[in-house]
Write a protein that binds this ligand. Structure first.
Ligand SMILES: *[C@@H]1O[C@H](CO)[C@@H](O)[C@H](O)[C@H]1NC(C)=O
Ligand SMILES: *[C@@H]1O[C@H](CO)[C@@H](O)[C@H](O)[C@H]1NC(C)=O
Ligand SMILES: *[C@@H]1O[C@H](CO)[C@@H](O)[C@H](O)[C@H]1NC(C)=O
Length: 463
C-alpha cells in the first residue's frame, strides 16, 4: 500500500482561489476578543422562554404605494396595544431581549440630551427611559447604551424645531459588540430590517453611540433601508421635529425573521435576498455552483480544530474544492467574505460568531457545525435552528469526549465536567472551560460520514 507523505501545507486550493483567499488571512472577519460570553450565560438560562409574541397576523389589505404613517407605525405594536397607541399616541412593547416604543404623532427629539418630547394635552405627564438595543437581558452591555428619555408633556409652548422632518425617526444604538458579526446581524441589522423595511426607505435613522466602522461596514444594507443620511446625535446636537418615531428595534429571535410578526409579512428568505442585494451576491441557490466548494473556517485562538490538515485530503477526495479561511487580526471585509461564502456549497466550522456567515450561503447549501462539549444549547440556538429556518441544510457533528481537549484536562470520560457540563461549573468558570478552554481533534473517519452526507445534499439539490 502506498503511504501518503505527511503534508505540511494546509492550503491545497486552486491558485486563483488562493489569490482570493490570501487577503482574507489578514482580515479579521470574525470577531474581537470579547468572544461569546453571552452564549454561555444564555446556555445556563436556557429555560427562559422566547419573546412573548403576539398571535394575530397582520395582513396588508390595501395595496398602496405609501400607507398612512400612522398605520405603518401602529403595525409595529402588538395587537393589544394598538388602541392605547391610538388613544395616547404612545405605546411600548417589551420582550425578553428587546424593547421598542412607538410615538404616533408630532414630536421633538433633542439629540443633545436624547430626549423625545411628545406634546399632549389630554393626559397627564409620563416619562419613560429606554436603552434602544436588542439585548435587554444583558445588564453589562446596556451600561454602554445611551438612554433615551421619552416624555409626554402637556406643553403649551413647544420648543422650536431646528430641523423639521416629514418622515418618522428610528432611534437605535450601535453600542455593544460591534465588530462581532453575530451581534451586528442579530441585534442591529436583522431587527432594523424587521422594524423599518415596510417604510420603504422613508425613515430617518438616529444612531446613538454612533460607530463609524459599523456604518461603513453595512453602508450598502443601511442605504437600502433609508434614503437619508444617518444622524449621529453627538455631532448633530439639535432639536429635530418628526411626525412620529420608533425608539428601539423589534426583535424576533436569534438570527431570525418571523414572517407572521412583521408588518408586511417578510420572511427570512426576504432578508437573505436583502443581503444578496446589499452585498451584491451572485448565488441564490446552491445548484448554481458548478463544482461543490467547501469552506473550512479555521479558528486561531479558542475552539481550534487541531487537525485541519488531516481533514482536507478527505474532503478533497470526496470531490470538494476546499478553501481554508483562517481568522485574522485586522478589520473585517464583509463585502469580500460574504461573496466568498456565497460561492460555497458547504460551510464547516466549530461553534463561534464566524458561523453567522451562514446568512450568506445560497439556499440549499449545507452548514456543518462542529458541536463541542458543553455548547450544545448555544450551537443549536444561535446557528443550528436559524440555519434550518433560512433554507440552509444543517448538519451537526457532535464530538465525542475523545475528540475534545477537555478529556485530557479532566482525565476521564465519566468526570462530571464531561458528563454534565450544565451542572459542573458556575457561569463564568463554565465559560472559561467550554468556550475558551476547549480545542478539538476531529476523528476524521467519523467526520467523513458527515461530509458524505453534505455532498449528497448538495448533489441532490436539483441541478
Ligand atoms: C412567529 O410569530 C407568531 C405570531 O406572533 C407566533 O405565533 C409564532 O410562534 C412565531 N414563530 C416562531 C417560530 O417563533
Ligand atoms: C394641560 O394644560 C392646559 C393649559 O395649561 C390645562 O388647561 C389642561 O388642564 C392641562 N391638561 C392636563 C391633562 O393636565
Ligand atoms: C444635522 O441634521 C440635519 C437634518 O438631518 C441636517 O440637515 C444637518 O446638515 C445636520 N448637521 C450636521 C452638522 O451634520
Amino acid at each position: 500500500m502506498e503511504k501518503r507523505k505527511p503534508k505540511k501545507i494546509v492550503f491545497r486550493v486552486t491558485p486563483w482561489i488562493f489569490l482570493l483567499v490570501l487577503p482574507l488571512l489578514y482580515i479579521d472577519f470574525l470577531y474581537g476578543n470579547i468572544g461569546h460570553f453571552d452564549q454561555w450565560v444564555q446556555y445556563i438560562s436556557s429555560s427562559e422562554t422566547t419573546p412573548n409574541i403576539r398571535k394575530v397576523l397582520i395582513k396588508e389589505t390595501v395595496e398602496e404605494k405609501y400607507k398612512p404613517l400612522s398605520s405603518l407605525l401602529s403595525n409595529l405594536v402588538k395587537e393589544e396595544d394598538r388602541e392605547k397607541l391610538e388613544l395616547t399616541g404612545f405605546a411600548c412593547n417589551r420582550d425578553v431581549y428587546s424593547i421598542h416604543c412607538i410615538a404616533n404623532g408630532p414630536l421633538q427629539i433633542d439629540t443633545k440630551t436624547m430626549t423625545v418630547t411628545i406634546p399632549s394635552s389630554n393626559h397627564p405627564m409620563q416619562e419613560t427611559v429606554i436603552k434602544p438595543y436588542a439585548r435587554q437581558e444583558d445588564d453589562t452591555l446596556l451600561k454602554t447604551v445611551t438612554p433615551v428619555k421619552i416624555s409626554s408633556q402637556n406643553i403649551t409652548t413647544p420648543q422650536i424645531c431646528e430641523y423639521k422632518h416629514e418622515i418618522p425617526a428610528v432611534i437605535f444604538s450601535s453600542s455593544g459588540f460591534v465588530g462581532n458579526v453575530f451581534h451586528e446581524m442579530n441585534e442591529i441589522i436583522i431587527p432594523l430590517f424587521i422594524t423599518t423595511r415596510h417604510f420603504k426607505s422613508r425613515v430617518q435613522f438616529v444612531l446613538e453611540d454612533y460607530n463609524p466602522s459599523f456604518v461603513r461596514k453595512y453602508r450598502n444594507a443601511l442605504s437600502l433601508l433609508t434614503e437619508h443620511k444617518i444622524i449621529d446625535p453627538v455631532s448633530n446636537q439639535s432639536v429635530h421635529c418628526f411626525p412620529g418615531a420608533v425608539i428601539g428595534l423589534k426583535f424576533h429571535n436569534h438570527l431570525s425573521v418571523n414572517s407572521t410578526d412583521i408588518p408586511i409579512g417578510l420572511s427570512m428568505s426576504d432578508f437573505r435576498q436583502f443581503l444578496r442585494q446589499s452585498f451584491n451576491l451572485k448565488f441564490r441557490h446552491v445548484s448554481q455552483i458548478k463544482r461543490p466548494r467547501l469552506m473550512l473556517l479555521s479558528r486561531r485562538t479558542t475552539r481550534r480544530i487541531l487537525n485541519e490538515e488531516e481533514m482536507i485530503p478527505m474532503m478533497e477526495e470526496l470531490g470538494f474544492e476546499v478553501i481554508v479561511v483562517a481568522r485574522a487580526k485586522l478589520v473585517s471585509d464583509i463585502k469580500m467574505f460574504s461573496s466568498l461564502i456565497n460561492s460555497c456549497s458547504v460551510f464547516v466550522g466549530a461553534h463561534g460568531a464566524g458561523l453567522t456567515n451562514e446568512l450568506f450561503l445560497p439556499d440549499g447549501a449545507v452548514m456543518v457545525q462542529v458541536d463541542l462539549i458543553g455548547l450544545e444549547w448555544a450551537a443549536e440556538t444561535y446557528y443550528g435552528h436559524p440555519a434550518r429556518a433560512m433554507g440552509v441544510h444543517y448538519l451537526r457533528y457532535k464530538i465525542e469526549p475523545e475528540e475534545s481537549s477537555l478529556l485530557k484536562v479532566f482525565g476521564r470520560r465519566d468526570h462530571v465536567a464531561i458528563t454534565d457540563p450544565k451542572g459542573a461549573f458556575p457561569v463564568q468558570a463554565g465559560k472559561e472551560v467550554y468556550l475558551n478552554g476547549q480545542n478539538v481533534r476531529i476523528n476524521v473517519e467519523r467526520f467523513r460520514e458527515t461530509m458524505v452526507e453534505a455532498m449528497s445534499l448538495v448533489q441532490d439539490s436539483g441541478l
